[in-house]
Design a protein around this ligand. Structure first.
Ligand code: ATP
Ligand code: MG
Length: 295
């Protein structure tokens, strides 16, 4: 395991070669050019069946950062807990939700879309009703493809659609993976981070095999990283050992600003615009654009 890592140190007379937290040379990601036209959207599922790893926080913060760069973004709350809706200050109790669309109670997907306070960032909310969806959908024809069908009519309205999955590998998550062009896996930098990732990768492979041959792993995002602890650094080192270049260069630090921002119902990028955590999500947006995961 690692000892102390050097970061940006150099012998006298040598140029400093800065290393990022992943141990690779530090990189700058260019500010992307503005888009002249929008759509069709690439769909990205944020997925990890482990709870509390930063799926919802990443959906909100990345969505807001991409919107700042002029991308048209739709986020889908795909968790009955409705944390994404709450974190964006959206009312998910009156009005249509993703559940109404999945069950075919409302056929026009656009009617369920709500604007958020961030320009360019829209949401289809969810509430606890969604917890009944798996039971209701289990006997449907092509039950894994329902979300893909629901999103099809709005693809041309957006550049990217982010789906915030619940912490499970059940039918809803399989729907998200079937609809998705890519998967982004947030991983908390703590000891058991890698537990369960093999099962997640196996599920993605099964979906690729049987339902969605085009799906790609867009990246693994290390979250809640604390550079002051050896533990955090060791976990990140093991994650890089296991997943190599799939691990994104951008690493999100641990900070209480995130829970504060979600209480305020505002993305970190506007709640604490110059905080390192807001900058990290802007960097993530630029990195994903550079990797071609987002237009
Ligand atoms: N980088 C971070 N630093 C500190 N706290 C964070 C960070 N990212 C997220 N959190 C907090 O950790 C908690 C869990 O985060 P979040 O809700 O994004 O995870 P999740 O994977 O969506 O959880 P669930 O599986 O329950 O849906 C929240 O209280 C959130 O504010
Ligand atoms: Mg969540």
């Amino acid at each position: 395991m690692s000892g102390e890592k050097t970061s940006g140190t150099a012998l006298p007379g040598m140029d400093a070669i800065a290393t990022g937290p992943t141990g690779r040379p530090k990189r700058e990601f260019a500010v992307p050019a503005a888009l002249t036209e929008h759509g069709p959207a690439r769909i990205i599922a944020l997925c990890n069946q482990k709870g509390g790893v930063g799926k919802t926080t990443t959906t909100i913060s990345l969505g807001a950062a991409l919107a700042e760069y002029g991308r048209k973004v739709l986020v889908i709350d795909f968790d009955p807990q409705g944390a994404l809706s709450a974190g964006l200050g959206v009312n998910s109790h009156d009005g249509l939700t993703i559940y109404d669309l999945l069950l075919g109670r409302e056929k026009d997907t656009r009617l369920a879309v709500q604007q958020t306070t961030t320009p360019g960032l829209d949401i289809i909310p969810a509430n606890i009703d969604l917890s009944a969806a798996e039971v209701h959908l289990v006997n449907e024809v092509a039950r894994e493809q329902i979300l893909a069908r629901v999103l099809r009519p709005v693809l041309d309205d957006y550049d990217v659609i982010l789906v915030d999955c619940q912490p499970s590998l059940g039918l809803l998550t399989v729907n998200a993976l079937t609809a998705a062009h890519g998967v982004l896996i947030p991983l908390e930098c703590e000891y058991f981070a890698l537990r369960g990732v093999a099962l997640l990768v196996e599920t993605i492979e099964k979906v690729k095999d049987r339902l969605n041959p085009a799906i790609q792993l867009d990246g693994i995002l290390a979250t809640m990283y604390d550079s002051r602890t050896l533990h955090s650094r060791e976990v990140l080192e093991r994650v890089v050992e296991a997943f190599g270049d799939s691990v994104l260069e951008t690493v999100v630090g641990r900070t209480v600003k995130f829970p504060d921002a979600s209480v305020a119902g505002t993305p970190i990028t506007s709640y604490a615009s110059e905080h390192p955590a807001a900058r990290a999500y802007r960097q993530l947006a630029r990195e994903l654009i550079e990797r071609g995961a987002v237009a």
